[in-house]
Ligand binder design. Structure first.
Ligand SMILES: Cc1ncc(C[n+]2csc(CCOP(=O)(O)OP(=O)(O)O)c2C)c(N)n1
Ligand SMILES: [Mg+2]
Length: 672
């Protein structure tokens, strides 16, 4: 579909529109990164005008190609492209780049309604999200397409720079992408030899071609990133290969067109300055004033008509598919909208009730598998995996089918030992749509994934993390594997929901909440060791979903409240029995999810934790920091203030004060 025969304006002039908008917006904001947009403008022009399948009039069309600007500091490149091709991003937005209340943020922020597919800027995660998107596409294509009908068939395009290449996560993601043969993933490497500290040779001398070939990628080396014909030819070669992801290595000049600064790190992340902007206008032959696009340039960029036609063509094909496969078509539409099935509430109610009536004692990681087995059957969109700890995390349920390079029609991914990659791939799968991702590792390794968790929280997207081996209770593996600070550290992340259930019933309720929560990530923090079932009446079972509830009511007057989570709930219950026998009016509050509890109305919170009762003890085998706000100045926290030790779990709990005797003693001192 190359249109090199189109009359004036030339491709270079069209690309210069991106250059002008980018340098002018950065200048106006007195902040930003002109270098990458000016360097990649020629590549972007070829891709966005001729090769990418997209409809600016409907940015959320299910079968659009996905585009990810992994070098997100070049955000003006993306905003220019969205504006020029006709997305709902008016010039006023570009004029107000990086200003309060505008969508043109410093780095692209996930905004599907204007065509920003993911938040990028933290280098390496964009390419990893793109791997997740391409994987989602391949899985959905295998699931929904039929011999007669192809309704899922789109590519994922990525721009990435030296910074993404240097980040370790790009290894995790690109290695897996090659192994899984994600043939519709095509990345353009902005090989400009520059990062912030200068010419990269002194710190980045990899042979990137050999590196990606060793991953199983198709690599197109040495493309002149300023030669539209060469770029178009490379794209044609890339799209012809459907069995391997492709990396197109483009030699570019950072800040192309700024005569005195191009090719240097000074164009990377600072305004060019009025003088250099004027010189660049001269050099590029761009005569229009800032934020004005000549009509012929504007109309050559406009992709609205082509986009509408492309979507209409797909819509016809989808209607034909729906006529012969009505159930599948309805399911596809439901899943792409992110809605749960009609019968979901019934399935979930029944599953919770069944676990409650079974009353079985088990490790909560095992209870998590029980929950998956009861819930996942109703949710074909659930796709899980583990970072090489499937047998420990217990993430593979009875309905799991492993995704392989040859058969993507499954719902389980062996991610290998790649926690950060796995989590950012999960983000990409969710961003693609049609999939609810969950993935497992040990809680202690959540740190490896942390910035991907942060981006899920920032983007307000669902991603379910199964974190097992949640405390010193994992025992003999020792302090390297025993999380201590992780619960508190996950809880302080805005919009991250952390559940630490105490038994099988709380575990299935946690899973239900994570599945129903569509606006953010959830960490399910689960024990390796067995935990006893706690008996509850129906009202108490219903209250679990409120994040905190009274598990053991005081016998008479209320003197003391014990608050606990996870494995420490049973301990609190045992201590409460002894304290009650001494005549103390003691209540036990189980608090599996503090942030959900905090979101309850004041009346409810007060009914669980009456403010008049100041004698409170919180018990959790982690750092105490989360709990001071619940126990107040008169209260105490029994927690971990050091790292753990290598020993059997029982001895460790005893040693660190998680024993009935110690809780009772602390309680007596609080009471006295
Ligand atoms: C994870 C992460 N670390 C550091 C940064 C800060 N940073 C932004 S751009 C950049 C250099 C990127 O170099 P390259 O990708 O080659 O971009 P270019 O200068 O060529 O535009 C750095 C270190 C970041 N955005 N993300
Ligand atoms: Mg660079």
């Amino acid at each position: 579909m190359s249109d090199t025969n189109r009359a004036a304006p030339s491709r270079r002039t069209l690309a210069n529109a991106i250059r002008a908008l980018s340098m002018d917006a950065v200048q106006a904001a007195n902040s930003g990164h002109p270098g990458a947009p000016m360097g990649m403008a020629d590549i972007a022009e070829v891709l966005w005008r001729d090769h990418m399948k997209h409809n600016p009039g409907n940015p959320e069309w299910a079968d659009r190609d996905r585009f990810v600007l992994s070098n997100g500091h070049g955000s003006m490149l993306l905003y220019s492209l969205l504006h020029l091709t006709g997305y709902p991003l008016p010039m006023d937005e570009l004029r107000n780049f990086r200003q309060m209340g505008y969508k043109t943020a410093g780095h692209p922020e996930y905004e599907p309604e204007i065509g920003v597919e993911t938040t990028t800027g933290p280098l390496g995660q964009g390419i990893t999200n793109a791997v997740g998107m391409a994987l989602a596409e391949k899985m959905l294509a295998a699931e929904f397409n039929t011999d007669a009908h192809t309704i899922v068939d789109h590519r994922t395009w990525v721009f990435l720079g030296d910074g993404c290449m240097m980040e370790g996560i790009s290894h995790e993601a690109c290695s897996l992408a090659g192994t899984l043969k994600l043939g519709k993933l095509i990345a353009f490497y902005d090989d400009n030899n520059i990062s912030i500290d200068g010419e990269v040779g002194a710190w980045f001398a990899d042979d990137t071609v050999k590196r990606f070939e060793s991953y199983g990628w198709h690599v197109i080396p040495d493309v002149d990133g300023h030669d539209a014909d060469a770029i178009a030819a490379a794209v044609d070669t890339a799209t012809a290969n459907t069995t391997q992801p492709t990396l197109i290595c483009c030699k570019t000049v950072i800040g192309f067109g700024a005569p005195n600064k191009q090719g240097t790190a000074s164009t990377h992340g600072a305004p060019l300055g009025d003088e250099e902007v004027a010189a660049a206008r001269e050099e590029l032959g761009w005569t229009a004033p800032p934020f004005e696009i000549p009509d012929d340039v504007a109309s050559a960029w406009d992709r609205k008509a082509d986009g509408a036609a492309a979507e209409a063509d797909w819509r016809d094909r989808f209607d034909a598919y729906a006529a012969t496969n009505p159930d599948k078509a309805a399911d596809f539409e439901r899943r792409m909208k992110g809605e749960l099935p009609d019968d979901w509430a019934t399935v979930a109610d029944d599953a919770v009730a069944a676990v409650a009536s079974e009353g079985a004692s088990m490790p909560t990681r095992k209870a998590s598998l029980v929950a998956l087995n009861k819930l996942a059957g109703a949710l074909p969109e659930m796709a899980g995996g583990s970072a090489d700890l499937t047998g420990s995390n217990l993430t593979l349920h009875g309905g799991s089918k492993v995704v392989t390079d040859e058969d993507a029609g499954g719902n389980y991914i062996y991610f290998g030992v790649r926690e950060f990659g796995m989590t950012a791939i999960g983000n990409g799968m969710r961003l693609h749509g049609g999939i609810i991702p969950y993935s497992g590792t040990f809680l202690v390794f959540s740190d490896y994934a942390r910035n991907a968790l942060r981006l899920a929280a920032l983007m307000r997207i669902q991603n379910i993390l199964v974190y097992t081996h949640d405390s010193i209770g994992l025992g003999e593996d020792g302090p390297t594997h025993q999380p201590v600070e992780h619960l508190a550290s996950l809880r302080i992340m805005p919009n991250m929901r952390v559940w630490r259930p105490c038994d099988a019933v709380e575990t299935i309720v946690s899973w239900r909440d994570a599945i129903e929560r569509s606006d953010g990530p959830t960490s399910l923090v689960l024990s390796r060791q067995g935990l006893p079932h706690q008996s509850r009446d129906e009202q108490q079972v219903a209250a679990i979903g409120r994040g905190g509830y009274v598990l053991r009511q005081e016998d008479d007057a209320l003197d003391l409240i014990l608050i606990a989570t996870g494995s420490e709930v049973a301990l609190a219950m045992a201590a409460a029995d002894r304290l009650a026998a001494d005549g103390i009016g003691v209540r036990v509050v189980s608090m599996p999810c503090a942030s959900v509890f905090d979101a309850q109305d004041e009346h409810y919170r007060e009914s669980v934790l009456p403010s008049s009762v100041e004698k409170r003890i919180a018990i959790e085998a982690g750092v105490p920091d989360s709990w001071y706000r619940y126990v107040g100045p008169a209260g105490r926290v029994i927690g971990m203030t050091t790292f753990g030790e290598s020993a059997p779990a029982g001895e460790l709990f005893e040693h660190f004060g998680f024993s009935t005797d110690n809780v009772v003693n602390v309680a007596r001192s609080v009471m006295s």
